[in-house]
Design a protein around this ligand. Structure first.
Ligand code: ADP
Ligand code: MG
Length: 685
């Protein structure tokens, strides 16, 4: 990449230190960042009318001659208006500016300008309020499609446009196209210089689309390239080579037969661990598909090979639950299993740590507590993270560093459409559990408003009569909001007092002491509590098969995938289960979500719907999945392009595995830019 492009933005005319800092907040540090800061939208200002054609309340351009000097009037304190009269061949009108002292400074009597703004009828007189204007020959703000950029405090729209325009003017000719010509030709991609110009200042809709398509392709190519390199990078590391042993002793202890999909995932894992290179596998399966047992089987396998396993879950509730289900099985097989979480007493922690260090413990189940500095293992062979999307890349890495290239299994229910999972986790191998344990009935889902609340309550009472249990989830806008917490608590109390006086109702929230949470959860597991009112702390992983009703208050506050996760807390046994979504909201998106949820139980279908309903970006951010943020491509919508780009990436990597050929230098530079060294290390190594 040309050095001019990698210079800092403050070297640009008009951008000082202060504004450079503000641009930094938007991720803009270099000139190249600046010209690659693409508009989030466009405003069509191509329509030009004569004054006599104007109708009120339209956004439109008018071309005319200034026929009066600006008049300034103070209407009252804090409101000052300036007006200027403008005429064209067929009429005249006033341009009105509010509290903009210098707005008229650029206008000269008798000269011609193009104005863009909103028309307003004032009595019988047509006016335009706070228009933008320029000379026709400037052709930057009027008479064309103009870009709208995401902004930040201290950077106005005009500043941003001017910076980008300035930077483009200086550097367009210096750009080197990272997409080799043969592929540009094969996939009908516009040239880079053309695309940069037209994505910021499109001449028309068709050219804009050509520019966008090319930019999306380019970004996805760079992305696919990086994933390909990451995947290759893993190969040469030496890993623990385990020996195949029979799983029968373990399988015999289970109260059920594994599903085909579970067995396949376990086999995949065993194959990986016997290869002598570190396993790096994602097990993706819908809620309730039985991922825990896949983890347990592989932990057993590792233990038979005399290696320790660490299983990390994102919440104490979940870790505790895993421990309670798994430790009896392990102990009965003569293996030692311990729970290490934040609320483990100091004395116990000390003991457990010593026994982990000496190798006495085979399987450690826990939360982030497992990654604290003073936890050491004697021979950690397998790291498992449950509900992977809740962990950052860093946390996983810290746990890994406690062994010598241990095997890694990550589990996630966040349902990502299949193809996307395979592509997205280019640096992972993927096992998909696409089969639920037998006998599961679809959870029946209804969305209702307050009018039917009574009916819903009596339905719940009926379920309790049958011996079943119920979750009621109350969303808090902020888990820390005292007021909201209080009202959720009051709701739970009222429910217990007035609606269900004869059964035990308990309230659970995230800020409770761990001990308290555990007590409530285990009482709920034992059916000593029939109705559990809670915040979303029970969202992931919780497993109480006797619970058959999941009721969600203010369901519109949740995203589709989150609702699906919540619903996944029921339907875990053989009884028919139900999900009741309370919502009085009539907004379109909320309604679409409810409808999708009522229509299907299939997590993959739901996530596809979710991707369509959501805006781009937030789903696949670095935080969620450890992949870089994309500027323009949207993995959900641009799936087809992604597949094409991936094909090209493989093709190029086959010819030039480390992008050393001169025709790939620019591509290599772009890959380094997207996969920052601080986060991914040297990706060519
Ligand atoms: P998730 O994939 O959501 O983590 P879990 O591992 O919590 O699912 O399993 C959900 C429930 O299904 C648990 O009660 C578990 O005991 C049960 N289960 C798991 N595998 C099977 C199976 N093969 N047959 C019957 N029940 C199973
Ligand atoms: Mg789970």
């Amino acid at each position: 990449m040309n050095r001019e492009l990698t210079r800092k933005v403050n070297t640009l005319f008009g951008v000082g230190e202060d504004r450079a800092k503000k641009l930094g907040k938007l991720g803009i540090f270099t000139i190249f960042d600046l010209i690659s800061y693409f508009p989030r939208d466009y405003e069509d200002r191509t329509r030009i009318k004569t004054i006599s054609e104007l109708v009120p309340d339209e956004m439109v351009c008018v071309e005319g001659i200034v026929s009066s000097v600006p008049k300034r009037k103070v209407i009252r304190k804090g409101l000052e208006i300036s007006t200027v009269r403008v005429v064209d061949e067929g009429g005249g009108m006033e341009m009105v500016f509010f509290n903009q002292k210098y707005a008229t400074a650029g206008l000269k009597l008798g000269e011609r300008y193009v104005f863009y703004g909103k028309t307003v009828l004032n009595g019988h007189r047509m006016e335009m309020h706070s228009p933008e204007y320029e000379r026709k020959s400037d052709n930057v703000k009027t008479g064309r499609i103009v870009p709208i950029y995401p902004l930040t405090a201290g950077i106005t729209r005009n500043m941003m446009a001017a910076y980008i325009r300035g930077a483009l003017g200086k550097t367009l000719d210096l750009l080197i196209d990272p997409i080799p010509e043969e592929y540009r030709y094969e996939y009908n991609l516009a040239h880079q210089v053309f695309s940069y110009r037209n994505i910021h200042y499109p001449e028309n809709g068709t050219l804009l689309e050509a520019a966008r398509n090319r930019m999306i392709f380019e970004e996805l190519l760079v992305f696919a390239m990086g994933l390909g390199l990451l995947k290759k990078r893993r190969a040469p590391i030496e890993g623990i080579k385990m020996e195949k042993v029979s799983l029968s002793p373990f399988l015999d202890k289970l109260p059920f037969k594994l599903t085909g999909a579970q067995s396949r995932a376990i086999e995949n894992g065993i194959e990986d661990m016997c290869k002598g290179i570190p396993m790096n596998r994602l097990v993706q399966g819908d809620v309730g598909s039985g991922k825990t047992m896949v983890a347990a089987a592989l932990a057993f396998f590792a233990a038979q090979n005399k290696y320790q396993t660490a299983l990390m879950a994102p919440t104490e509730i979940l870790a505790t639950q895993h421990f309670e289900t798994l430790s009896p099985i392990f102990e009965s097989l003569g293996l030692k299993c311990e729970l290490l979480i934040g609320s483990t007493t100091a004395a116990n922690k000390r003991k457990i740590k010593a026994r982990l260090d000496s190798g006495e413990i085979d399987i450690a189940i826990g939360t982030h507590a497992l990654i604290s500095d003073d936890v050491t293992f004697s021979n950690l062979g397998l790291v498992i993270t449950d509900e992977q999307h809740r962990f950052g890349v860093g946390q996983r890495a810290t746990l890994m560093s406690k062994g010598k290239n241990p095997h890694l299994l990550v589990m996630s229910a966040t349902p990502i459409p299949r193809t996307l999972a395979l592509i997205l986790y280019g640096d992972l191998d993927v096992s998909i559990i696409d089969e639920l344990p037998p006998g599961r009935k679809e959870v029946k889902t209804v969305a209702i408003n307050d009018e039917k609340r009574k009916t819903a309550y009596s339905f719940m009472a009926g379920e309790i009569q049958k011996g079943r249990q119920i979750y009621i989830v109350c969303p808090l806008v902020e888990e820390n909001d005292e007021l909201e917490l209080k009202s959720a608590k009051q709701y739970a109390e009222k429910l217990g007092r007035e609606v269900f006086p004869n059964v035990k109702v308990a309230f659970l929230h995230g800020k409770m002491k761990s001990r308290e949470k555990e007590e409530i959860m285990s009482a709920f597991s034992a059916n000593e509590i029939q109705i559990l009112v809670s915040t979303t702390v029970i969202e992931v992983g919780v497993n109480v098969p006797n619970a058959t009703v999941m009721a969600v208050e203010n369901a519109e506050r949740f995203g589709l995938s989150q609702l699906h996760q919540l619903r996944g807390r029921v339907g875990r046994g053989s009884e028919q289960s139900y999900c009741i979504l309370f919502s009085n909201h009539t907004g379109e998106v909320a309604r679409a979500r409810m409808k999708a949820l009522c229509a299907t139980n299939d997590g993959f279908k739901i996530s596809e719907e979710d991707l369509k309903l959501r805006g781009p970006g937030d789903f696949f951010g670095t935080k969620q999945h450890g992949v870089p943020n994309l500027r323009i491509a949207d993995l959900a919508h641009d799936l087809v392009t992604l597949q094409k780009a991936q094909k090209v990436a493989f093709d190029i990597l086959k010819k030039d595995p480390t992008l050393e050929m001169p025709e790939h230098t620019e591509l290599a530079d772009r890959v380094k830019l997207l996969f920052k060294e601080e986060e991914y290390g040297d990706i060519f190594n």
